[in-house]
Design a protein around this ligand. Structure first.
Ligand SMILES: NC(=O)c1ccc[n+]([C@@H]2O[C@H](COP(=O)([O-])OP(=O)(O)OC[C@H]3O[C@@H](n4cnc5c(N)ncnc54)[C@H](OP(=O)(O)O)[C@@H]3O)[C@@H](O)[C@H]2O)c1
Length: 281
């Protein structure tokens, strides 16, 4: 079943475009999707698709207001500092009964509720970049006003681009430090293994191909078998063997503590940013 009706996506950047793919995939026949960007150049980056109209504020200063009229679902995918201004401008044009989904990090449900009319519900979403290829993870937290029908509408969009976790807002920042930032942690590990492969004499191209294929294979194996990562690691690590030596070196570097510290640092920064957004707010 499609989401149908009218959906507005305010902000057609990296995140907005990835969510747009989910909106288009989950929309039924005859559904209308409206996307807005600040600049003409930004609008040109949104791939044309049937049923999708794109406006930019350069050519149409009222683009956001026009886009939200009659929309049952409004996705706000602008930078956190722009959310207050964008929602303030469209406030009077939002349809009663609409649900606004903000992906902006650090903008709380309370802040959204302060800007939105009482007839409009708010949901916070914390997606990650693999939603662009429908393998994402999205955390969703909603206020009390969100009805079952609105939840279903929002979930349908994000489930069409990956896995959805619904949780209390108090845990959304923690989720962001794991699945939101997680792709960057993994790419960083990939980069380091590519560097190591180069020290062993592989060319940059060979090193990249070897390492990326290894990560894709290992990730697919854990996903498809459902076996615990510890078990799959044990299968590669014969007692007294080569991998065991390498794992011992990583263990000596306290990799376990490093990831705990990295997540804690990300969480602390999320809270600083939330305070900054709130102050500007
Ligand atoms: N990237 C991630 O991994 C990630 C994860 C979770 C959440 N988020 C959140 O997603 C949001 C967007 O991030 P992003 O990486 O997609 O940023 P981005 O690439 O800079 O995109 C921002 C988009 O908003 C548009 N825009 C700016 N002001 C606007 C306005 N007044 N009205 C309509 N559109 C406007 C921009 O237009 P122009 O292109 O013309 O400038 C651009 O299309 C942020 O709030 C971020 O916290 C990102």
């Amino acid at each position: 079943m499609g989401t149908g009706g009218v959906t507005a996506v305010l902000g057609g950047g990296a995140m907005g475009r990835a969510i747009l793919a989910g909106v288009v995939a989950s929309a039924g026949a005859g559904a209308e999707v409206r996307v807005t960007t600040r600049s003409r150049a930004g609008a040109a980056r949104v791939a044309p698709s049937p049923g999708v109209t794109v406006w930019d504020l350069e050519d149409e200063p009222d683009a956001n207001r026009i886009a939200v009229r009659g929309a049952a679902l409004v996705v706000v995918a602008v930078k956190p500092r722009a959310v207050g201004e964008v929602l303030g401008a469209v406030r009077d044009d939002l349809a009663p009964g609409a649900v606004v989904v903000s992906v902006a990090a650090g903008v709380s449900l309370a802040a959204l509720a302060r800007t939105l009319p009482a007839s409009v519900a708010a949901v916070r979403a914390m997606p990650n970049t693999p939603i662009a290829i429908a393998h994402g993870v999205t955390g969703l937290a909603g206020g009390e006003r969100v009805t079952d029908a609105q939840w279903s509408l929002v979930r349908t969009v994000f489930e069409s681009v990956g896995m959805v976790v619904t949780l209390d807002e108090s845990r959304l920042d923690a989720l962001g430090t794991v699945s939101g930032s997680g792709p960057a942690y993994l790419y960083f590990v990939v980069e380091q293994l590519i560097r190591a492969a180069r020290t062993l004499g592989f060319s940059p191209e060979e090193a990249s191909r070897l390492v990326i294929a290894t990560f894709v294979g290992a990730a697919s194996l854990v996903a498809r078998t459902g076996d615990a990562p510890e078990e799959l690691r044990r299968q590669v690590t014969s007692p007294g063997g080569t991998t065991e030596r390498a794992i011992a070196v990583l263990d000596d570097a306290h990799l376990d503590e490093l990831f705990v510290r990295a997540c804690a640092a990300a969480l602390a920064r999320t809270r600083e940013l939330a305070t900054e957004v709130d102050r500007r707010g």
